[in-house]
Ligand binder design. Structure first.
Ligand code: SF4
Ligand code: SF4
Length: 352
């Protein structure tokens, strides 16, 4: 088979109108074990000779502190190896997805991403370029070569196989048609989408819990247990600093302010533009028997909405003591607590 030697184009359309500025003292993205390529490993060891790595699946990762702690190079909310930090740290909050095309999306869990763009998402098209993301975009682009074409072709093959099976069952609808049909609908969760699935429990490992930055020394984490969802503050060196209490997630759609409804609707439209959504939904459809692709994508968007609203609800009650409708700010926090989690799911495409 001949390899196409032209470099694939990076689709950046989902980033239109988005503004970003890294928040001093945050460090949320450092609660991770970044992938390190050999050249980066050598540079890191020159600056931090005691740096430790973990091998997984043939790749090397910078070790984090155990029990949900941050990367070992984070000290006082700052990276001690900033000039030679690995590729994923340079690119964050961007995420490259290899599907039928190569697409850049922003991880909305990053509090440096201004979520104001969601309120006009899906409205009159904006051609505004993203603001503040030039270094991250150029770091992402530096990894693109013609070799990515092999991975694109592998993703397209996986999609074609699923498409064939779903066509036989009369369930296939092409992505462009699904987007066309759903863009004009109000995409909000319904009462039946609540309560959403619980987060993992403390016993599953603190590093699996959904995180959100809340201005504290360590991130907040959701854990299931103690009769509801528990909100924990984690320590940078690992372990739980304190528990902020337990609350039940809502069992139906709770009241939302008008602004919060606009944000939620924009968030779900943003998801509709992410190619990864289709990778996840198509794969899930191979194991269930209900509805065509449009129905399944609509159902998945409602479930995403229910999760973001529920996390906003529990966060607002436990960390801010709010009892009224979910506000725009609450919903921003719910989206931040949800987005990274959902981007880690398996589909027929892969992360760049
Ligand atoms: S999560 Fe975002 S704002 Fe926070 S340190 Fe990382 S890039 Fe900066
Ligand atoms: S290498 Fe630096 S930027 Fe990357 S996760 Fe570790 S502390 Fe954060």
């Amino acid at each position: 088979m001949t390899i196409d030697r032209a470099e694939p184009v990076l689709d950046t359309s989902p980033l239109a109108g988005l503004k970003y500025e890294c928040l001093p003292g945050c460090g949320l993205c450092c609660y991770a074990e970044p992938l390190v390529v050999p050249a980066e490993q050598r540079s890191l060891l020159q600056i931090v000779p005691e740096a430790e790595f973990r091998s997984r699946g043939g790749f090397e990762f910078l070790r984090s502190y155990p029990d949900g702690g941050a990367c070992q190079l984070l000290a006082g909310q700052r990276c001690t190896a900033h000039p030679v930090r690995p590729g994923p740290c340079r690119e964050f909050p961007l995420f490259g997805y290899v599907g039928t095309r190569l697409q850049a999306v922003a991880v909305l869990s990053c509090p440096g991403v201004d979520l104001a763009f969601l309120e006009r998402y899906g409205g009159p098209a904006t051609a505004d370029p993203p603001h503040g993301l030039d270094p991250e975009l150029s770091a992402l682009r530096s990894r693109i070569s013609y070799r990515v074409n092999r991975r694109l072709e592998a993703s397209r093959r996986r999609r074609r196989r699923i498409c064939r099976d779903l066509e036989i069952d009369g369930r296939w609808v092409d992505e462009s048609e699904v987007r066309r049909q759903l863009q004009s609908r109000l995409l909000l969760p319904e009462d039946g989408d609540f309560p959403p699935p619980s987060p993992p429990s403390r016993g599953d490992g603190l590093d699996l819990l959904p995180l959100v930055f809340d201005g504290r020394a360590g991130p907040l984490a959701f854990a299931a247990g103690s009769g509801g969802w528990e909100l924990l503050e984690l320590r940078p060196r690992g372990g739980v600093a304190t528990s902020l209490g337990v609350a039940l997630p809502p069992d139906r759609l709770p009241p939302l302010s008008d602004e919060a409804r606009r944000v939620l609707s924009g968030y779900l439209r943003y998801w509709l533009e992410r190619d990864q959504l289709f990778g996840v939904v198509h794969l899930g459809m191979t194991e269930d028997s209900g509805g065509d692709v449009t129905d399944c994508v609509a159902g998945e968007l409602r479930r995403i909405g229910a999760l973001a609203v529920s996390r906003a609800y529990v966060l607002a009650r436990l960390s801010r003591g709010t009892d009224g409708p979910i506000s725009r700010t609450d919903l921003h926090q719910g989206i931040r607590a949800t987005d990274q989690d959902l981007l880690d799911r398996e589909g027929w495409g892969t992360r760049l």
